[in-house]
Design a protein around this ligand. Structure first.
Ligand SMILES: [Zn+2]
Length: 351
């Protein structure tokens, strides 16, 4: 919001100078792109403090992938399962996180089982090589029956989240929910999604409610990370107390962003989506931020803190202000990168 105001102010200065210019000259106010980028990065850092360092590092600091992936060959771990990463790099213990929400993910990637009286809503399905052990095995370890999986929500169609979706559909007859553009993507690249992509089923829409028993997950379209990325709001119970969750479904800038066109537009889509989610998180009073990567929500470490909780606060419950800060980090990092592309346009124009 601050950035928007700053841009509006800059614009006002430009217009003001132009109108007041005594000799009617064009008064060009040169943008200081590097200063603008520094301001955006600082705003991300201020919002993050120590809470979201993983997200800050991933999208404000680390180099971003830039081009479009048009490959249609199976991933190495599908073509040659022996090449899949070693178990000790991804295995994590499952955990009961809330009364009705269970973590069945790994060290790096998360999968969540929301239990209801009518069955289970599963959110994200990891890789093809570890979904069986982590999700199915994890549920069994926690006393849950995978046959009760009724819905599977896929936040976006990347191999680290869609890997077990086909299995859930064919083995348990679960209904699969995914964003329209991501359904298109898996159909466009059938070999890339070999063993992973389910048959087209439910196409998510903004505000769609998936209700099972006493629980409802509301879906929000948050295109950016992929064109079909989904995020969610839902309620869980902590020792009987309702607690609201905002689930952020896509984070890194792996869309086309190495050229101003379409990079500037893609960053705007991403920024608008984070604003959309921030609004939904605020209106539902979300105090818990969940993601599908532990680097963003710190799930792996928080799960290990649960055992020592005693009568203290729930390690995942960080409050409404921190939830807003999370989406602020995402917006500000994206804005910094977007300004970088605007700088490229200005430099090209000046030549
Ligand atoms: Zn992804």
């Amino acid at each position: 919001m601050k950035l928007q105001a700053a841009r509006a102010a800059t614009l006002a200065i430009v217009i003001g100078l132009g109108a007041n210019s005594v000799f009617g000259q064009q008064a060009a106010v040169k943008r200081n792109f590097d200063a603008e980028i520094r301001t955006a990065l600082q705003s991300a850092k201020d919002a993050s403090e120590f809470e979201f360092l993983g997200t800050l590092a991933r999208i404000c600091l680390l180099p971003q992938s830039g081009g479009e992936n048009t490959d249609d060959k199976p991933f190495g771990y599908v073509a040659n399962p022996a090449s899949a990463p070693a178990r000790n790099t991804w295995y994590a213990e499952p955990a009961k996180v809330f009364d009705n929400l269970y973590f069945v993910g790994g060290k790096v990637h998360s999968s969540w089982a929301l239990t209801t009286k009518e069955g289970i809503i599963l959110i994200d399905t990891l890789y093809p090589y570890n979904s069986e052990e982590l999700i199915i095995g994890g549920m069994q370890k926690l006393g849950l029956d995978p046959k009760n999986i009724k819905y599977v929500l896929i936040s976006h169609a990347h191999g680290d989240h869609i890997g077990g979706a086909e299995m859930m559909q064919s083995r348990y007859g679960a209904r699969i929910v995914m964003g329209g553009p991501d359904w298109d993507l898996v159909e466009k690249y059938p070999n890339r999604y070999k063993t992973m992509a389910p048959k087209r089923d439910i196409v998510a829409t903004d505000g769609m409610k998936i209700t099972l028993g006493e629980s409802t997950v509301t879906i929000w379209l948050t295109p950016g990370h992929t064109p079909g990325t989904l995020s969610y709001t839902f309620t869980v119970l902590d020792r009987g107390k309702p607690v609201n969750v905002a689930y952020s479904g896509g984070t890194a800038f792996n869309f086309v962003n190495n050229t101003p066109d379409p990079g500037i537009k893609n960053f705007q889509t991403y920024i608008d989506s984070q604003r959309h989610m921030a609004e939904k998180a605020a209106s539902t009073g979300a105090t818990v931020l969940l993601s599908n990567h532990s680097e963003f929500d710190n799930a792996y470490n928080k799960n290990r803190m649960l055992a020592g909780r005693g009568n203290g606060p729930h390690p995942y419950e960080i409050g409404t202000d921190w939830i807003q800060r999370y989406f602020k980090v995402m917006q500000s990092c994206a804005r910094a990168a977007q300004i970088g592309l605007e700088k490229k346009v200005a430099e090209a124009g000046a030549r």
